[in-house]
Design a protein around this ligand. Sequence first.
Ligand code: DER
Length: 228
Amino acid sequence: LTQDDLKKLAADKAVEYVKSGMVLGLGTGSTAAFVVAKIGELIKSGELTNIVGVPTSKRTQEQAASLNVPLSTLDAHPHLDLAIDGADEVDPDLDLVKGRGGALLREKMVEAASDKFVVVVDGLGGSGLAMPVEVVQFCWKYNLVRLQELFKEEGCEAKLRLDGDGKPYVTDNMNYIVDLYFKTPIKDSAAAGKEIAAFEGVVEHGLFLDMTTAVIIAGGDGVSIKSK
Ligand code: DER
C-alpha cells in the first residue's frame, strides 16, 4: 500500500463518524483532502444529507466547494458536531503537533469549537522535534529570536518558513510561520504552549493539546483507533 492508500483508508474510516445533519469541521492537508473527497462522494450519492462544512483553509474551501459540499463559517455556525483533520505528530496522550500544512490558526479555531475532533494519520510521528508558530509579519525576526531563546535548553533552532520561490510563506491570515526545530523534545507542552502564546505578535502555535477525541491510524497491518 502506498502512503496515499493508507491516508485514504484512515480517511474513509473517519468519515464513518459523519452522520446526516451534522455541522462538520473540514481539516487541511493531504489526509484531510481524502476526508473531504469522501464526504463529497457521500453527499453526491445521497447517503449524507443536510451536511454543513466549515473549512479550515482557502484550499479546503475550494476543494469542498468544487464537490458541492455546503459551506459555512464559524460566525454562522459557532458550534460544530465533529471536525476531522490530519496531524503531523501524535503523542501517547493524543496531543498533537499540527501546522506543517500552514493552516494551524483556522484549524485550531474550528476544531476547538467542535464537540468531537477525530484525527487521521498514516503513522504516529511523535518525535516532538519540530513545531510551527504563526506570527504577525511585523518584526517577525524579533519573535523568531524570542522563540528560539525561550527553548534554548531544548537546542531550538527557529526558521522562517519559505515558499517554493524562497519568499516567506504567507498564511491565509496574511501572517508568517516560524518553524521551531528542537534537539531534545519539549518537556512540558502545556507550559510551553502558554509561554509561546504570551508573546505579543504570536498568533497561534501548533500544539493541539487536550482536543482530540480519537485518532485513526492506518498502517501496514490495517486501521487502528486510539481514544482517551
Ligand atoms: O498542517 C496541518 O495542520 C495539517 O493538517 C497536517 O497536520 C497534516 O497534514 P498531512 O495530512 O498532509 O500530513
